[in-house]
Design a protein around this ligand. Sequence first.
Ligand SMILES: [Zn+2]
Length: 155
Amino acid sequence: MIKTPEIFARIYARHGHRCPMSTLGGCLGLAAMKSLGGSLEGLQAVYSNRSCALDGIAETTGCSEAAGTLVVKSDGRHALTLTSAETAVEIELTAQTLESAGRYRLLCDRLERGWDQLAPEEQIRRRAEMDAMLDELLPQFWQAEAQQLVQKVSK
Ligand SMILES: [Zn+2]
């Protein structure tokens, strides 16, 4: 199994669990910080969806809802806009990436149904099945971030 890169380990610690969307939020944040370049003064982040991605974005950009520098504007997309005093960049997840993340969601929906009524050993078995899918899926996100994002720079 591939070791979790340090930045993603920090995201999962902040977020409380491993999942595709916190990972992809981290990918968005890392890519946005990289393409923004220059001064990071007055950094502002806008994300278009309230999801697990917010913790990944917060950890990688330093923006946070508490500080008022991370704002959620729901428009049904999965796009991060990062703005500094000098420039702005918008990064969006590709449909294919969202589909991979969605497969994990479907698996969880199926395996978590009636969870409280399951025998403890069955819960352990199902938890292992979900973990196995994460072990396969997350390294793909860590390693190939560029292909999973659509980028636009403006201003
Ligand atoms: Zn999550």
